[in-house]
Design a protein around this ligand. Structure first.
Ligand code: CTP
Length: 410
C-alpha cells in the first residue's frame, strides 16, 4: 500500500512527520509532497530521512537550466501509483484549491490527476475554519466523497480558542487505514446489500417553554458513523436523527428524517419500522418530558419546579412490534456496565446491545473515539478504544452472524 502524504503550510505541518511514521509502522509506503509554504514550517529533509523516499516539492523541479521532463509528468505516475492521497495539515487555502479544482503546484495537480480516495485533516485558525467560504468548500469536498478528519477544539497556535486544531494522530491514521482497508476487498465489504437499516442518532429535546428545552450531551457522531458505514457496505439506510451537532454524512443510499422530541422520534421510527430489516438505536433518547409545556417564555422569579412525565421506551415498543428484524440497542452506563447491559438486552428483547462507558474521558460523548462491549446472546465482543468509524464496522459485523440464526428476512 502506498499513499501520497500532502503537507500544506500551517503550524501543524510538523505533525505530518509523526503521521508519516505511524503510517509506516502500519506497513504503508509514504510519498511526501510538500507545498511551497509547508517548506517554511518544516524542511523536506526531515521527511526524506523519515520515509527514505525523495520528497516532492515542486511541479517543475529544474535541477539545471531546462525543466526536467520526468518531473513534469511525475504527478501522473504518482497519481497512478497511490492508494490514497492524504493531506496533513490541510490549510484553508488547500481546501479552497481542492474544492475549485485549481492546480498550481504538485499537490493540487496530484489531487486532480489521481482517482484514489482523498483524505484531508484540516487545521487552521478558528475564524478561518468557521468562515462561510471554508465551510462551503468542505461541503463541496464532502459531497464529492472526500474524507474529512474533523479538527478538534482547544487552544490554537494563534492564541485563540475554538475549532481548528488538527485532529489527533490516531484519528487521522485510523481514517487512512479505514480507507485503505476498504479498497482491496470492496466486494467483501459490501456485505449489507439487500438490508434496510434503520438507525437512530443524536439527542432528543423536550420543550420547557418556547425558548428552553431539556436535552443531553449526545453529538450524534456514533449513530452517524453507523449510518455511514452501513451505507458504504451497501445497505439502504433510514436515519432518524435528533438535533445532533455532528455533520450529517452525505451518501446516496441514506434517507434522513429529522426529529426533535422523543415523541417525534417514536412516531418516525415506528412509521419506518415495517421497511427495516435491521434496527440500530444509537440515539440518546430523553427519558422524561415536561408535563405542561409553557405557552410563553417562563419569566425569572423564585424557585421553579418542573413536573416531568416518563417517555415511552421506543426500543421496547419496537421489540413488541417487530417481525423478523434484527434489533441492536445501546446502553449508556456509568457503573456495572456488563450487568446493566445484560439486563437491557433481556428487558428490551434485543438481539445485541452495545455498552458504552459514558463516564470515561476522551471517548463517547462528542468524541471521535469510543470503546464498547457488544453483547449478544452468544457472547461478548470487546472493542478497545478506536475511532467511532471502526466501532461502527464492528457493530455491523454482528449482523451476519445474527442473521444466520434467522429463517428469512423480514
Ligand atoms: N431508548 C429508547 N427509548 C427511551 C429510552 C431509551 O428507545 N425512552 C433506547 C436507546 O436508544 C438505547 C437504549 O434504549 O438504545 C438504552 O438507552 P439507555 O439510556 O442506556 O437506557 P434507558 O432504557 O433509558 O435506561 P436508564 O436510563 O435507566 O439506564
Amino acid at each position: 500500500m502506498k499513499i501520497a502524504l500532502g503537507v500544506s503550510g500551517g503550524i501543524a505541518a510538523y505533525k505530518a512527520a509523526e503521521i508519516a511514521r505511524l503510517l509506516q509502522d502500519r506497513g504503508v509506503r509514504v510519498q511526501v509532497v510538500m507545498t511551497r509554504s509547508a517548506q517554511e514550517f518544516i524542511r523536506p529533509l526531515s521527511f526524506a530521512a523519515l520515509t527514505g523516499e525523495k520528497v516532492i516539492t515542486d511541479l517543475f523541479s529544474t535541477g539545471g537550466e531546462t525543466p526536467n521532463l520526468d518531473s513534469a509528468v511525475e504527478h501522473i505516475s504518482v497519481a497512478q501509483s497511490i492508494h490514497a492521497l492524504v493531506v496533513v495539515p490541510a490549510t484553508a487555502d488547500i481546501l479552497a484549491k481542492f474544492a475549485h479544482g485549481i492546480c498550481d503546484d504538485f499537490l493540487t495537480t496530484l489531487h486532480l490527476a489521481t482517482t484514489a480516495p482523498v483524505i484531508v485533516a484540516p487545521a487552521m485558525n478558528v475564524n478561518m475554519w468557521n468562515h462561510a467560504a471554508t465551510q462551503q468548500n468542505l461541503q463541496t469536498l464532502r459531497a464529492r466523497g472526500v474524507h474529512i478528519v474533523e479538527p478538534g477544539s482547544g487552544y490554537l497556535a494563534c492564541g485563540m480558542i475554538g475549532a481548528g486544531r488538527l485532529a489527533a494522530n490516531e484519528a487521522i491514521v485510523d481514517a487512512v487505514m479505514q480507507v485503505l482497508e476498504v479498497k482491496p476487498g470492496a466486494a467483501a465489504e459490501r456485505d449489507l446489500v439487500g438490508e434496510t437499516i434503520l438507525v437512530t442518532a443524536g439527542p432528543t429535546r423536550e420543550k420547557i417553554d418556547p425558548v428552553r428545552y431539556i436535552s443531553n450531551r449526545s453529538s450524534g457522531k456514533m449513530g452517524y458513523a453507523i449510518a455511514e458505514a452501513s451505507a458504504q457496505r451497501g445497505a439502504r439506510v433510514l436515519l432518524v436523527t435528533g438535533p445532533a451537532t455532528a455533520k450529517l454524512p452525505e451518501l446516496a443510499n441514506l434517507e434522513v428524517t429529522r426529529v426533535e422530541s422523543t415523541d417525534e422520534m417514536r412516531s418516525a421510527v415506528l412509521g419506518l419500522l415495517p421497511q427495516a430489516t435491521v434496527v440500530i438505536k444509537a440515539a440518546a433518547v430523553g427519558d422524561y418530558h415536561v408535563k405542561a409545556i409553557a405557552e410563553h417564555k417562563i419569566k425569572r422569579g423564585g424557585p421553579l419546579t418542573l413536573e416531568l412525565e416518563p417517555n415511552p421506551d421506543i426500543l421496547k415498543e419496537i421489540a413488541a412490534r417487530k417481525h423478523n428484524q434484527i434489533v441492536i440497542g445501546f446502553a449508556a452506563e456509568t457503573q456495572d456496565l456488563l450487568a446493566n447491559g445484560r439486563k437491557k438486552l433481556e428487558s428490551k428483547s434485543l438481539d445485541a446491545i452495545v455498552i458504552n462507558d459514558v463516564s470515561r474521558d476522551g471517548i463517547g460523548f462528542d468524541s471521535d473515539r469510543n470503546a464498547v462491549t457488544i453483547l449478544t446472546r452468544d457472547g461478548e465482543t470487546v472493542v478497545a478504544e478506536t475511532s467511532k468509524c471502526e466501532v461502527a464496522h464492528r457493530i455491523l459485523d454482528q449482523i451476519s452472524p445474527l442473521r444466520a440464526h434467522r429463517p428469512a428476512r423480514a
